[in-house]
Write a protein that binds this ligand. Structure first.
Ligand code: ATP
Ligand code: MG
Length: 254
């Protein structure tokens, strides 16, 4: 399969969106870097009011990092994830993820780039209520070239790995909060994303379930999965390999 220019729905990702050569600027430091956020800003404008939700953020993330993002309510944490997740457009700056400049991907190609490179985990799980655990995970691979049987096998294997082998046909309403979050982790992993973005993934669960979710994140990160996790919980942050703190849209790296 060619590295770029694969067709889907009549769309082709142009070669010039690949920016592998930029890694050359990073010298030896470039090895192992999966994401580079450069001077990223987001200003929301509503009439005469401008909210500077993110100001000139620069972040370098290495493959396999488990990175916590902390800060007070309204400081810009979800905005940062929404920009990296290509759900919002940056006002200024660039995001290079796995060799692709996300900020110059044309609108119509964004769903595909999002699907292939990014896994999302939300506080409220966002599973499809009418589908089983297995179907929720399988559905996220429906645009891949994998045959249905293989997609089902992969979904089953992921759910089994997350301890849900005996819950495959349960609907979200038949699962506990922690189990639903594990289904959403399996879904996020399904397309082997370059990065997983988790916005307060343990916000709704008890401390035991939180600890098991964090353990899962650590195991994934040890195997090379890069994960960014927004959290208010110091117990989650202390298990991460690094903590970014945001105040009023400004990032401090610890
Ligand atoms: N779509 C929007 N339009 C206008 N302003 C917005 C929008 N989304 C967020 N904001 C503003 O941007 C700032 C940052 O919001 P953001 O959601 O990133 O905060 P947060 O750090 O995730 O907070 P929380 O911990 O409460 O989830 C806030 O002042 C918020 O009011
Ligand atoms: Mg938020």
């Amino acid at each position: 399969m060619p590295e770029t220019g694969t067709e889907e729905e009549g769309l082709v990702i142009p070669r010039n969106l690949k920016v592998e050569e930029n890694r050359g600027n990073m010298g030896n430091e470039g090895a192992g870097i999966i994401m580079q956020v450069e001077n990223l800003s987001k200003t929301y404008s509503q009439g005469k009011i401008s909210v500077h939700a993110l100001r000139c953020a620069c972040i370098t993330v290495r493959k396999g990092e488990l990175l916590a993002i902390m800060g007070p309510s309204g400081s810009g944490k979800s905005t940062l994830l929404a920009l990296i997740g290509t759900l919002e457009k940056a006002t200024e700056g660039r995001i290079i993820l796995d060799g692709t400049d996300l900020t110059s991907v044309p609108e119509k190609l964004l769903p595909r780039v999002r699907r292939e490179k990014i896994g999302f985990i939300f506080q409220h799980y966002n599973l499809i209520p009418t589908l089983s655990a297995l179907e929720n995970v399988e559905l996220s691979m429906r645009f891949s070239r994998m045959p249905k049987k293989e997609r089902e096998e992969r979904a089953k294997a992921l759910l089994e790995k997350l301890g849900l082998g005996d819950r495959l046909s349960h609907k979200p309403s038949e699962l506990s909060g922690g189990e639903q979050q594990r289904v959403s982790i399996a879904r996020a992993l399904a397309n082997k994303p370059a990065v997983i973005l988790a916005d307060e993934p343990t916000g709704e669960v008890d401390s035991k379930t939180r600890d098991s979710i964090v353990r899962t994140f650590k195991e994934l990160s040890e195997k090379g999965q890069t994960i960014l996790v927004v959290t208010h919980d110091p117990e989650v942050a202390k298990e991460c390999s690094r903590v970014l703190r945001i105040t009023d849209g400004v990032i401090k790296d610890y």
